[in-house]
Write a protein of this length. Structure first.
Ligand code: PRP
Ligand code: XAN
Ligand code: MG
Length: 164
């Protein structure tokens, strides 16, 4: 049973802006990166936020499907990036790196790119050039697009034997 780390829209926006700050000056030219490649779907909203902050208008995507909910499978490239060449001068963005499987596949397609994620787990961390927050490998990150606020029972009703 993994532990969960719940990310709200506010926190995601703050963390994506922190990533944008970290990426300033990391592009190959004074104007920054040539463009952003979003790894869909999870990288789409982080890419939109970072693109706004870095004033980047050229957005490409690569679609890699690795998970069905929390179940991991073989990574499949559903849509390759077409506009980014070998990635030189481009920024690749994803929401997180976990085992590094997705990042490894995209690095194979875009070896020249700068790789960034908002969140990183230890196994995938070596595969990204920039990230903001590290969580433990046994933590499952719950993103705001996968969740909704709901009723939670009062602590006293769920504490059970621990409180007796
Ligand atoms: O480092 P890894 O172990 O490869 O895991 C990280 C990847 O898994 C998730 O994508 P997912 O395959 O769930 O697709 P999605 O972004 O379309 O939801 C997440 O958005 C990353 O892209
Ligand atoms: O929503 C997600 N949270 C995670 O922690 C994760 N790891 C791989 N893929 C993931 N998707
Ligand atoms: Mg993804």
């Amino acid at each position: 049973m993994p532990r969960y780390y719940t990310v709200t829209w506010d926190q995601l926006h703050r963390d994506a802006k922190a990533l944008a700050w970290r990426l300033v000056g990391k592009g190959p030219v004074e104007g920054g990166f040539k463009g952003i490649v979003a790894i869909t779907r999870g990288g789409l909203i982080p890419a939109a936020i970072v693109a706004r902050e870095l004033d980047c208008r050229l957005i490409e995507s690569v679609s890699v499907v690795t998970y069905d909910e929390e179940e991991m499978g073989q990574p499949k490239v559903v849509k390759p990036p077409v506009a980014a060449g070998d990635g030189a001068g481009w920024l690749v963005l994803d929401d997180l790196v976990d085992t590094g499987t997705t990042a490894r596949v995209v690095r194979g397609l875009l070896p020249g790119a700068h790789f960034a994620t908002i969140y990183a787990k230890p196994a995938g961390r070596p595969l990204v050039d920039s990230f903001i927050t590290e969580v433990s490998q046994d933590t499952w990150i719950l993103f705001p697009w996968d969740t909704e606020p709901q009723f939670v029972a009062p602590i006293i009703k769920t504490a059970g034997a621990a409180g007796a």
